[in-house]
Design a protein around this ligand. Sequence first.
Ligand SMILES: [Zn+2]
Length: 183
Amino acid sequence: METTLESHDIASAWIGCLGCHDGGSSGRWYADEGAESVPSRCVRCGSDEFWCLDVESDYFRPEEMSPAEFVERVAFWREVEEHADYMDVVRAYWANESHANIPNDPDEFVSKAQDCFMFVCDGYTDQDIGMAYGDYLDGCGVNSHDLPEPYRHHIDWASMGHDLQIECDVKEYDGSTYVFDYS
Ligand SMILES: [Zn+2]
């Protein structure tokens, strides 16, 4: 099966008729809201049961679902995209959260993700995270760069990073490390 997922799409689904036993020829790929145009009845067997048998998405879990649910999830993510200032933060949050904790309201979901976000860094070691935390604090007005060099030199960034890994929620997503504070 060849998918039709384009870079601007939220998702694509191969929607087939459950009434036809050789489902391969009684379905096709639909992208995003296009899935709303699934026929109400199968022209081959007359069944009205259609199902997303294959789903491609970088946004939500690619599992089987009804066409109605597919359209609903696409709409949800479309709204999330409109509300989010930092889409990568929202997606890092989503990629690591259990499904059960995700609010149904896109606006609330975006707020929840962005409110507990602290900072992102490229590295993943204690030292990398500790030093990125230093920059984050600088942004909050606690300016470690103002310290005389001998003091700054002796800051134990790795130890700070280590503590953050325990106290905060540190998530790896798309090659970067995202740090969230749920407290
Ligand atoms: Zn059919």
